[in-house]
Design a protein. Structure first.
Length: 98
């Protein structure tokens, strides 16, 4: 494997990082909102919004047992703990290569 060095200006680096920083700021704002911090259980629609995915994708994740959930009312009502959502996000996080 050959190492390469790419030289960019500070302005180019700032331009590259800008969308990433904006997205992180939105995530941080969402995570630290009072209603999210105090909320320990999410409905299916709320969980999908939290994960920024569709309810259909969330259902597929449940069916594949890739995300934890709770069934209520004889299996009709589906709820998600905040812990379920955070564990799913963590399990799908890509780590930096060393």
């Amino acid at each position: 494997m050959e190492n390469k060095v790419i030289v960019i200006s500070p302005d180019e680096l700032a331009q590259f990082l800008q969308p990433i920083l904006q997205r992180l700021e939105k995530i941080e704002t969402y995570l630290y909102r009072e209603d999210t911090k105090s909320k320990s259980v999410f409905t299916e629609a709320e969980a999908a919004e939290f994960l920024k995915c569709s309810t259909k994708k969330l259902q597929n994740l449940r069916n594949a047992r890739k995300i934890g959930f709770i069934r209520e009312n004889n299996g009709r009502k589906v709820l998600f703990k905040l812990q379920h959502l955070l564990e799913y996000l963590e399990s799908n996080e890509l780590k930096k290569k060393k």
